[in-house]
Design a protein around this ligand. Structure first.
Ligand SMILES: [Zn+2]
Length: 288
């Protein structure tokens, strides 16, 4: 069984019919959807991604990657890329993703996207969405929503109580204080998106002794980083994910499911471990 633990519902790039067809063709059994948080972005060339991955792999050069990131954020909290502004939605609309889950309950599950910044009602939002069919946890993005992770504590307290996992795209510095989070909420299940972006190996050693998992999604990482994450953290802590439809697109302007799947298939681990990464760990985490 293959479960994609990290994909976005972005019908402006990959519509419902096309998505189902692609999943069938790629043999992806289930997908945990994340509501769209931004306007569709232009394709980022691989050399830019590779340079940014390289900078983030050491605490010495990571501040350069952070400076580059801050340069792309406008004062209104949107992204400026190549002179064009792309909106980041302060409160992503969860409705379309959950509507798709309702339509295809065997195929899709969904993360509710929440943002605590400028949102005194975030705990009420959690109560609202957690009762939706197929809701498996909460997606958080302190990197693009640009807040320090201490803002998440009231939410984390409730999520820990409810045993609801958090899928979090960590930001730099205090916008990704995974040590403080894990120590304050030892029972909270944390999935750090993109193999611990932007800390990578600086997080893995800490993470394996805490309740932190990683997904192996997106060109924010590459095959070497995925391999290194599995080696340090162990197969039990790693989840298959894609970040579709962003990242690896195929020549038909859809999404290329073969890339990250290949990373997992080529891992030097047992087939039992690969099954855990493809589905078992996720099923255990979200209790399905
Ligand atoms: Zn994503």
């Amino acid at each position: 069984m293959i479960i994609d633990s990290h994909a976005h519902f972005e019908p402006r790039m990959l519509g419902e019919a096309n998505l189902i067809q692609k999943l069938d063709a790629a043999g992806v059994d289930k997908v945990a959807l994340i509501p769209a948080m931004n306007d569709p972005l232009p394709h980022v060339p691989e050399f830019v991604l590779a340079a940014s991955r390289a900078l983030m792999q050491s605490g010495l050069t990571r501040p350069l990657a952070e400076a580059a990131h801050r340069f792309t954020l406008t004062s209104e909290g949107n992204l400026r890329l190549g002179g064009t502004i792309y909106n980041i939605y302060p409160q992503p609309d969860n409705e379309p993703a959950f509507a798709l889950v309702k339509k295809y309950p065997g195929r899709f599950l969904a993360w509710a996207f929440l943002n605590p910044r400028h949102n005194p009602g975030v705990l009420d939002d959690l109560e609202k969405w957690r009762h939706e069919k197929g809701m498996i946890g909460v997606k958080l993005h302190p990197h693009w929503h640009d807040y320090t992770t201490d803002l998440l504590y009231p939410l984390f307290e409730r999520m820990q109580e409810l045993n609801l996992p958090a899928l979090i795209h960590l930001g730099f510095g205090k916008r990704g204080d995974f040590r403080a989070i894990a120590e304050k909420f030892p029972r909270l299940k944390i999935i750090s998106a993109h193999a611990g972006f932007p800390f990578y190996q600086d997080m893995w050693n800490f993470a394996k002794h805490h309740n932190i998992y990683v997904d192996l999604s997106s060109p924010y990482i590459d095959e070497n980083l995925a391999r290194a994450a599995v080696k340090v953290m162990g197969a039990d802590r790693c989840l298959y994910g894609t970040d579709a439809p962003y990242g690896f697109s195929d020549q038909h302007k859809g999404y290329d499911y073969s890339e990250i799947r290949g990373w997992v298939e080529r891992l030097p681990v047992s087939s039992t471990d690969k099954e855990k990464i493809f589905a078992g760990n996720f099923r255990e985490l979200v209790k399905i």
